[in-house]
Design a protein around this ligand. Structure first.
Ligand code: NAP
Length: 211
């Protein structure tokens, strides 16, 4: 466990939020999920509070709200709460027909522009939530991508990925937050592969030239 980060505040109580939260809690982190209606989640195994309380709580904020509403969600929470924090963005902003809401820039890039005092790192969005937390169910080690401007935020994100089962050699730093576009645009391939394989339990592996 990364010593500087113990508390993880996850925005969203859906599939990705619950799955990631459960695995990090098992790894020993303090995890709280954020909801618009915390009282509707009395049966949740993880604590659920308001979105603002959860953003205040987290040493790290993990965004698993639908990408198309995430900027509004963070605006409502307020800059005074999120300034200075790391935001790990797992969201992809999609229209109803699964095309990208932001056809050129990534939603994560826009998030970073809207909230310049935060440190946004985009990761995990190129696979289904089962694989996010259980990469070892696949036939061989695969690749998870990171995009972000702040190296310390990426290091902390890397340690949280490690806690999910992603070894350092499985993690590929793509570069600054503008590279999040590539992760969002992989979505087309992801949905096409899901259809052709009849399952979302797959991932890709990037190989480089033999040394
Ligand atoms: N699930 C995956 O396998 C997967 C994989 C890759 C990327 N992602 C990305 O991760 C994000 C979440 O996916 P998901 O599958 O977890 O979605 P989901 O099951 O629909 O959950 C999203 C959660 O966000 C909250 N939410 C919904 N609308 C909201 C709004 N208008 N304002 C504030 N909060 C709202 C809801 O929690 P409350 O009702 O409690 O507020 C909801 O449970 C998406 O952007 C998706 O593209 C998911």
């Amino acid at each position: 466990m990364n010593n500087s980060v113990r508390k993880i505040g996850i925005l969203g109580t859906g599939n990705a939020g619950q799955t990631l939260g459960t695995k990090w809690a098992e790894a020993g982190y303090d995890v709280v999920l954020g909801s618009r209606n915390p009282r509707q989640h009395n049966d949740s195994k993880l604590p659920v509070k308001s979105l603002k309380e959860v953003a205040e709580f987290g040493d790290v904020i993990v965004n698993t709200t639908p990408g198309e509403v995430s900027i509004d969600v963070l605006k409502k929470i307020g800059e005074e709460v999120i300034n200075g924090k790391i935001i790990i963005d797992v969201s992809v902003a999609l229209n109803e027909d699964f095309t990208l809401t932001y056809p050129v820039e990534s939603g994560s890039e826009i998030l970073q522009q809207e909230f310049p005092q935060t440190k946004v790192v985009k990761t995990l969005c190129t696979m289904t939530s089962t694989i996010m937390v259980e990469p070892s169910i696949l036939e061989a080690p695969t690749t998870v991508f990171l995009s972000g401007n702040d190296s310390e935020a990426k290091e902390i994100t890397a340690s949280l990925l490690h806690a999910l089962g992603w070894s350092p050699s499985s993690q590929l730093d793509l570069g600054d937050i503008s590279t999040a576009r590539a992760q969002d645009h992989f979505g087309k391939m992801y949905f096409t592969l899901t259809e052709s394989l009849g399952s979302a339990n797959f991932n890709i592996k990037v190989y480089t030239e033999k040394k």
